[in-house]
Write a protein that binds this ligand. Structure first.
Ligand code: GDP
Length: 456
């Protein structure tokens, strides 16, 4: 298959989803005859299944190619992380112990990692991650060390300079991304020009696929953590048919960083996915869902209301009280297990405003890559601190309502969100106007950047 062919195939699929989002949302507001609405939705689901069948014809080739590509990237990361001489290596020091939740901390280290990698520096955790509010035993109590070089060996008594792009200093340290003055080109959503062709051919979302490689490398479990994960995995029938993962983020997030979403909303999208899959595969499917949440009421509620589903999830983990005393080994093991299990599901329904769900989705991109295997009830996928996410207009748009913006072919739009109703919100860079526009009238504008480490 060619790159253009793959782009066209995925573009078609995305456009069918956009008309599905549009009509589904319009039908909810309209009093047209139910039979007309149902019939239209049925036809669209049929079309989505048909379209996914096309991708099935090349599934083995795509899987094998992506595995080979991931292996190549992991090897390169491993090489940079393990230099011959720790005392001479150019290093970047990053403090794991940011004052926030697990997903937020890992995303912080992931951002340090891409900056380091972009400059061919070895990433080192401050004090080797020994002072970590999640565990007295530190980073290595749960994960493999990220480098053979210890902090002491790598710094080797040298002064640590604050980060500047392409600084001559051997040892530099990064602040949190919000405080970063000198923003490297390599920050997400960038991906290497050296891998451009393969990435665009093989994955619908190359920047996501690329950044995920760093989170994957970070989250390599030690033996103890591996046992915990294996046990949790064995309680869910992965491999016996498709399973949808839902992650329901509530408690402290509601009203501050996200809105409340009922279990029914998550399950509505789960059911839509199963309907498409049944048609795609041509036989009935056992309904299975894995539930992750910080709210203890979600698992019992799902079990009670959806008796046609087999519902999985760890009762112990979904204990709000335990999660409230957030920084403990127990809560860390809980959230790592949930992230790992979400990454093994075939499809995710969640709010991308949650870093926990985004991490599950990110690990999925290395385990069994599929950039389209999600429905977010709020944000588009993003990486904290990313460069402006831009799209290019491929069809003119004349505003039809006050809150819409004009588009002309070739305009760049900074996208703020997809409303999952056929419209996205963004700012046209030409007119500087912000508002809604039909999502199908744009394509992604990729940030393709030189990563010299891939030159040899
Ligand atoms: P965010 O606040 O959801 O964006 O993600 P963070 O990881 O930064 O902080 C949320 C914290 O709440 C996590 O680190 C967990 O301790 C807890 N938490 C949130 N969602 C879940 C979940 O689905 N499962 C578990 N076990 N813990 C969760």
């Amino acid at each position: 298959p060619s790159r253009v062919g793959e782009e066209l195939r995925r573009g078609l699929d995305q456009r069918i989803w956009e008309i599905f989002y549009y009509l589904r949302s319009e039908f909810k507001k309209s009093d047209k005859e139910p039979s007309y609405k149902n019939h239209t939705i049925d036809q669209l689901i049929h079309l989505l299944a048909y379209s996914s069948n096309i991708s099935d014809t090349q599934a083995d080739w795509r899987k094998a190619s992506l595995e080979a590509l991931s292996e190549r990237i992991q090897k390169k990361i491993d090489e940079i992380q393990n230099p011959d001489d720790c005392a001479k290596a150019r290093v970047l020091v990053c403090n794991l112990d940011k004052q926030c939740g697990f997903g937020c901390q890992l995303h912080h280290v992931g951002y340090c990692f891409t900056v380091a990698f972009g400059e061919g520096r070895t990433l080192i955790l401050t004090n080797d991650g020994k002072s970590w509010r999640y565990s007295k035993r530190g980073w290595s109590g749960a994960f493999l060390p990220i480098s053979k070089c210890t902090h002491a060996a790598a710094v080797n008594g040298e002064g640590v300079a604050s980060y500047r792009q392409n600084s001559e200093r051997r040892v530099v340290e990064l602040p949190i991304v919000d405080a970063l003055q000198d923003r490297p080109k390599t920050l997400p959503l960038s991906f290497p020009k050296q891998l451009e062709d393969e990435m665009i051919k093989l994955h619908s979302n190359p920047p996501l696929y690329f950044i995920s490689q760093f989170l994957w490398y970070l989250m390599r479990n030690n033996a103890e953590m591996e046992k915990v994960i294996e046990k949790a995995v064995s309680n869910v029938p992965f491999g016996e048919g498709p399973i949808v993962g839902i992650q329901v983020r509530r408690t402290d997030k509601i009203g501050t960083e996200a809105s409340f979403h009922s279990v029914d909303e998550y399950m509505e999208w789960t059911e839509i996915w199963f309907r498409v899959q049944e048609l795609r595969r041509g036989h009935p499917l056992k309904r299975r869902v894995f539930v992750a949440s910080d709210d203890a009421s979600v698992l019992p509620e799902t079990k009670k209301k959806y008796s046609n589903y087999e519902v999985f999830g760890d009762v112990d983990i979904a204990d709000t009280a335990k999660l409230m005393s957030r920084y403990s080994d127990a809560s860390m093991y809980g959230v790592v297990t949930d992230i790992q299990l979400l990454s093994r599901c075939d499809y995710l329904v969640c709010t991308f405003s949650s870093q926990v769900c985004r991490m599950g989705y990110e690990l999925m991109q290395v385990r069994r890559p599929d950039g389209e295997a999600f429905h977010s009830l709020d944000d588009l996928y993003y990486y904290g601190g990313q460069h402006d996410h831009q799209q290019i207009v491929i069809e003119d748009h004349v505003p039809e309502r006050d809150n819409e913006i004009e588009l002309k072919v070739g305009d760049s739009v900074g996208v703020a969100g997809n409303h999952w109703d056929g419209y996205s919100k963004g700012k046209n860079r030409r007119t500087q106007r912000q508002g809604l526009y039909p999502s199908y009238k744009v394509i992604e504008k990729w940030r393709i950047i030189d990563f010299p480490v891939f030159n040899n």
